[in-house]
Design a protein around this ligand. Structure first.
Ligand SMILES: *Cc1c(COP(=O)(O)O)cnc(C)c1O
Length: 382
């Protein structure tokens, strides 16, 4: 009864969401801080006083939200932890300043960046051409390649866990194909600078889109949004799930030049007109307006990341310096699975991988100071 395409499906396995007991959850890179109170207020206001909206279709193109996202990017420069804040005021750190105004026609919104990525894959990648990406990067990319029957060219990381940019470019030129990677990358946490990405764009095929997934950029990466003016084939994917405490509400977006955004709209309108419901649009608009709060929470996460990295190093761990809200680390004499089990027994969930090459590592999401203190206690006995 199954379609011939079905055999290509290899579903993504997300971080576990157990029901058997209450764990400290440091396994899915969710934000440990709640959304700003104005978000809850906007949602209850919608439910209680504009109840009819729950029975009506939302704006299919999320126009008000796209305007608010553009404003938020212009105010923060796309790296929240660096943004200067003063009460509700928020201005980009000079090094993150976007040298043009991001406008709503450069934004596309979807139901989480996973969905946004699916529209992007559908719009720009073909089954007659290999898509180039690193062996270790966001593990949804190979899943979508299976779904859309896109052949893959997975380029191993270098010995220092950085992207092999030379090999990726060589392959992209050989196949005249697209490149996709996360920057900062997952699960390594390593970030390329904007200049390094620009140098890749200079040498990558100009008639193919080049995708940078900036899911973690707000925690200290360098955003490539400023490059959009010079590179018409650049597509940037971002999410509200991590830095904007929105994983449970689902919102992801694309930033790109208007012609490419129009293409993604066509894919969306051929699949589901209304991927972002009225509750999510209302909540996301309120989140954008509270941008300075999220700059503060991003800074708190970064502070904990730095002190936790120090702790691990002092205790004999190998830790990759991270620009994200997680750390990727290993300790000699233990597999990732053993560390995961030890920590889980003590009521804390982290993530390990069975992927060849990274079995020794665990990926630990950065939580509140209290959560990280609890984890330190548990790791002392390892
Ligand atoms: C978390 C994550 C996503 C998915 O985010 P959602 O918006 O929650 O779907 C996409 N890309 C990377 C690299 C991520 O880590």
């Amino acid at each position: 009864m199954l379609s011939s395409r079905f055999k290509n499906l290899h579903p993504y396995v997300p971080g576990e969401q157990p029901k058997d007991r209450v764990y400290i959850k440091l396994n899915a890179n969710e934000n440990p801080y709640p959304p700003h109170p104005s978000v809850a207020k906007a949602v209850s206001e919608l439910a209680l006083n504009k109840t009819e909206k729950l029975g009506l279709y939302p704006d299919p193109d999320a126009n008000e939200l796209r305007q608010e996202i553009a404003t938020m990017l212009n105010k923060s420069g796309g790296v929240l932890c660096n943004a200067w804040t003063d009460g509700d005021e928020c201005t980009p750190d000079p090094k993150d300043m976007i040298p043009f105004e991001v406008t709503p026609d450069m934004i596309f919104c979807g139901n989480g960046s996973d969905e946004v990525l699916s529209f992007v894959f559908y719009s720009f990648f073909d089954s007659d051409r290999k898509l180039v990406f690193p062996t270790h990067t966001y593990s949804f990319y190979p899943v979508y390649c299976g779904f859309y029957e896109i052949p893959m060219d997975q380029v191993p990381l270098k010995d220092d866990w950085t992207l092999d940019r030379e090999k990726m470019l060589e392959d992209a030129n050989k196949f005249d194909s697209s490149i996709i990677f996360a920057n900062p990358n997952a699960p390594t946490g390593i970030s390329l600078s904007r200049n390094e990405v620009a140098a890749m764009l200079d040498r990558a095929p100009k008639d193919r889109v080049f995708i940078v997934d900036e899911a973690y950029c707000d925690f200290g990466g360098e955003s490539c949004i400023p490059l959009l003016k010079d590179y018409k084939n650049l597509v940037i994917v971002r999410t509200f799930s991590k830095s904007l405490s929105f994983a449970g509400m689902r919102l992801g977006f694309v930033v790109a030049n208007p012609e490419l955004i129009q293409a993604v709209f066509t894919a969306k309108n051929s699949f589901n007109h209304f991927p972002v419901d009225n509750v999510a649009q209302t909540a996301a608009i309120a989140s954008c307006k509270a941008v300075s709060y999220y700059a503060e929470t991003s800074r708190k996460v970064v502070e904990q990341r730095e002190s936790f990295t120090d702790f691990l190093k002092k205790n004999g761990w190998f830790v990759i310096d991270s620009r994200t809200n997680f750390v990727f680390a290993k300790k000699q004499g233990h597999t990732g699975e053993e560390i995961y089990q030890h920590v889980k027994k003590n009521g804390i969930l982290i993530r390990h991988f069975n992927t060849p090459g990274i079995e020794d590592f665990v990926r630990i999401t950065i939580g509140t100071p209290e959560q990280m203190a609890a984890l330190r206690e548990v790791l002392f006995d390892l």
